[in-house]
Ligand binder design. Structure first.
Ligand code: ZN
Length: 394
């Protein structure tokens, strides 16, 4: 597979019954595109699971526009892509094998007759015939790209319905992500660079679902990843798909052109998942609404920790906000955060080295960050720093 000289964006030849399509691209491109909900068709013998043709055109069967964007991005970035061939109603590759919504019996009001009372044997058959081969293909491509010398970032293309149960969703696009901030934060910043866009951060869905596609291939493999959701009314036609493919390709190219790309984006690093919590532990944010009065101390600590992690991730994604500028403006910087962390550990009797605390804040050894992201301070910055902090060493 894929050992011929690829012509980006064209389909690789695969066995006729393969439940996925591979778009060829360079294994050294550093980007692997995924499209989990590319198509609304069904394999022979499934008779559309008894779902009416009009329903098959809706978001319940696939993500309209997502395949078009994926094809164009594959060509623009020279990146390989894996796309599903069949409807998510058959089996949803973006769910864990034990997820109750893996095979939907009812989706957004529409009943799926062919899934009602599905037998264990049929469920296993769909896992074996459609679900697992897709994930094996994704894994094989990742292996090949790592072997070629560049662990890829995983970029998953989805679309969401603009109208959810009568409510018009305001976002033009949303970035879904879990705990790995490497790609998601600069992607959010890139999209927000266009003031005409309303950009969702883990909207309209939360990006931490145990066992989903990014969990399997991004989180578990330590690969930088992000999932984009584009609103469907913007990409129903080819012009809209081209516009979004260009927008996203430009932002991704810019992110990956960063001088620290190999150390950051093409490095294998494990961040874990917000969905990895012990049974019986406090629910993750967003699982159900609570007002302040109902928040127990443990949950409050978790919320505070989540906000802290976001702050740290945000600072990692914004190397342009230099420590010295933070000091001059607000009297603290990344190193202060690391010191506070170290001091909090000490209060608990935990010996934590300065270097370890800093690595937690920077997401890499401090010396590496400095080399990559911290240019010499200008005389003006230094002068202001003298005045504000009295030259205190940070
Ligand atoms: Zn989707």
């Amino acid at each position: 597979m894929l050992h011929t000289v690829p012509k980006s964006g064209t389909a690789a030849s695969l066995p006729a019954d393969a439940p996925y399509t591979i778009l060829q691209g360079s294994l050294a491109s550093g980007v692997l595109l995924l499209c989990d909900h590319a198509d609304n068709s069904f394999p022979p013998g499934y008779d559309s699971l008894g779902v009416a043709p009009a329903q098959l055109q809706r978001h319940i069967a696939y993500d309209p526009g997502a395949a078009g964007i994926t094809r164009l991005m594959s060509r623009m970035l020279g990146a390989p892509a894996v796309m599903t061939r069949y409807s998510r109603l058959l089996i949803d590759p973006n769910r864990g094998e034990d997820d109750p919504t893996l095979i939907m019996k009812i989706s957004d009001g529409a009943i799926v007759p062919g899934n009602a009372g599905i037998s264990q044997a049929e469920r296993e058959k769909r896992l074996d015939s459609f679900y697992r081969p897709y994930h094996r293909a994704v894994d094989a491509l990742i292996d090949a790209m790592i072997e070629a010398g560049k662990p890829p970032v995983i970029f998953s293309v989805h679309s969401f319905t603009e109208n959810w149960r009568g409510w018009m969703r305001p976002w033009h696009a949303g970035v879904l992500w879990d705990r790995d901030p490497r790609l998601a934060i600069p992607l959010l910043n890139g999209l927000r660079g266009d003031p005409s866009l309303v950009v969702g951060d883990n909207e309209p869905y939360a990006g931490a679902l145990r066992g989903d596609c990014m969990y399997q291939h991004g989180t578990m493999r330590g690969l930088a990843n992000a999932l984009i959701e584009v609103r469907q009314d913007l990409i129903r036609d080819e012009a809209g798909q081209a516009e979004w493919a260009e927008k996203l390709s430009a932002i991704l190219s810019r992110i990956l052109a960063n001088s620290r790309a190999d150390a950051t984006f093409h490095a294998i690093r494990y961040y874990g998942s917000r969905s990895d919590r012990a049974p019986g532990a406090a629910p993750a944010a967003g699982e159900h609404g609570m007002d302040n009065a109902q928040i127990d101390p443990r949950t409050q600590t978790e919320l505070e920790a989540a906000a802290f992690r976001r702050l740290v991730a945000h600072l990692q994604g914004r190397p342009d906000a230099q420590n010295i500028d933070l000091m001059n403006l607000a009297g603290f910087c990344r190193n202060c955060l690391a010191n506070w962390y170290q001091e909090a550990a000490l209060e608990k009797g935990i010996e934590l080295s300065k270097d370890a605390a800093r690595e937690m804040v920077y997401g890499m050894p401090y010396e590496e960050w400095k080399a990559l992201s911290q240019p010499e301070a200008t005389p003006a910055q230094l002068g202001r720093f003298e005045a504000v902090a009295g030259g205190k060493n940070h």
